[in-house]
Design a protein around this ligand. Structure first.
Ligand SMILES: O=C(O)CCC(=O)C(=O)O
Ligand SMILES: [Fe+2]
Length: 341
């Protein structure tokens, strides 16, 4: 079995000077594209994470008719059923072995999309959890701006302010049922990179399966839920990964690492191989009109200057965040977009 990914654990909960933390965060984003954010319960309370997982279970246990009434639309909000999304269309024979529910923006703690009646009474609390994720990502964007020496340093934070307008940001509950019914359903989530700027991922102890692709493009390494040194923390770390937009903005300096979710092999260590798996992702996107050109940063300039030949990002025309998201959704939801023709 491949050895586990050596992703660093970073504590961003301190109150003092954050410049070293910012540098560590950027180094990890360059090297791995993934960073564990130590869970001290300060940015997002442990109770609210536990609660969100309870809510997710309740939602997926709701009658099928309730979920179907909220079927995912082209605005990327709602419920996607088993095999509906195909994250690696070039390789997968059938879609991902999972179901998911996407929450878009809330206004005054009210969802702007149909919500299953089973969880309707909890709408405001889901909105509050989404807000807590939003504030954590703003903090992370501030640190990334400092660590990358972007001018002005709040470049990323400014692009993610809600006041700038609607964004593609999604809070997503994910449910991966226990076992594949046939050999064709061999993957829980196909190999992909994330479409947004960055992603926060919440996982549960005993439910592994996430793997990252190495720089060689061939080796997959498991990403443990509880990495060494965090065993006694109040909750597993929040896993942060860089998405395509931060990679575009930095000319490829920050790595948008390809990852996937597999069925764990029986007896594979920390896992409960036979069980269902739940995870919660917060996909953070800038306002829709944000342009994805290279940011003013000395580190980025040095990187792209030195490697202009080998950097595929440098040759692409500047897209906006909305154009990019539409392109990616069309590739992974074939049926949803076929219906419009
Ligand atoms: O469930 C997970 O661990 C990861 C899911 C994921 O990568 C995604 O939904 O983009
Ligand atoms: Fe992902």
């Amino acid at each position: 079995m491949a050895s586990t990914a050596k992703i660093p654990v970073i504590d961003i909960s301190g109150d003092g000077d954050q410049s070293q933390v910012a540098r560590d965060l950027v180094d990890a984003a360059i090297e791995h594209g993934f960073v564990y954010i130590k869970n001290t319960g300060k940015d997002i309370s442990v109770a609210s994470i536990d609660w969100a997982f309870e809510m997710s279970k309740r939602l997926f246990d709701a009658p099928l008719s309730e979920k179907q009434a909220c079927t995912i639309q082209q605005n990327n909000r709602g419920w996607s059923g088993m095999n509906c999304e195909t994250l690696d269309p070039a390789t997968q024979r059938i879609g991902d072995f999972k179901e998911a529910f996407n929450f878009g923006d809330f206004v005054d703690a009210k969802a702007q999309q149909p919500i299953p009646p089973t969880i309707a009474a909890d709408e405001a609390q889901i909105s509050a959890f989404r807000d807590a994720c939003y504030h954590l990502t703003l903090k992370l964007h501030t640190l990334l701006g400092i660590g990358l020496q972007v001018t002005p340093p709040d470049f990323f934070t400014a692009a993610h302010q809600r006041a700038r307008g609607p964004s593609g940001t999604i809070l997503r509950f994910l449910h991966y049922p226990p076992a594949a019914p046939s050999a064709a359903a061999d993957i829980r989530a196909g190999a992909h990179s994330d479409y947004g700027a960055l992603t926060l991922l919440f996982r549960l102890r005993g439910q592994p399966g996430l793997e990252v692709l190495g720089r060689d493009g061939a080796t997959w390494s498991p990403v443990p839920v509880v990495p060494p040194g965090t065993e006694h923390d109040p909750a597993p770390p929040v896993l942060l990964n860089i998405g395509d937009l931060l990679s575009y903005w930095t000319g490829g300096l920050l790595r948008s690492t390809v990852h996937r979710v597999v069925f764990p092999a029986a007896g594979a260590g920390e896992d409960d191989a036979a069980g269902a798996r739940y995870s919660i992702a917060y996909f953070c996107h800038p306002f829709g009109g944000a342009e994805l050109g290279t940011v003013p940063s000395e580190l980025v300039r040095r990187f792209t200057g030195g490697l202009a030949q080998g950097n595929p990002y440098a040759e692409r025309r500047v897209l906006t965040a909305d154009e990019h998201l539409q392109m990616r959704l069309r590739a992974s939801y074939k049926q949803l977009y076929q219906e419009e023709k």
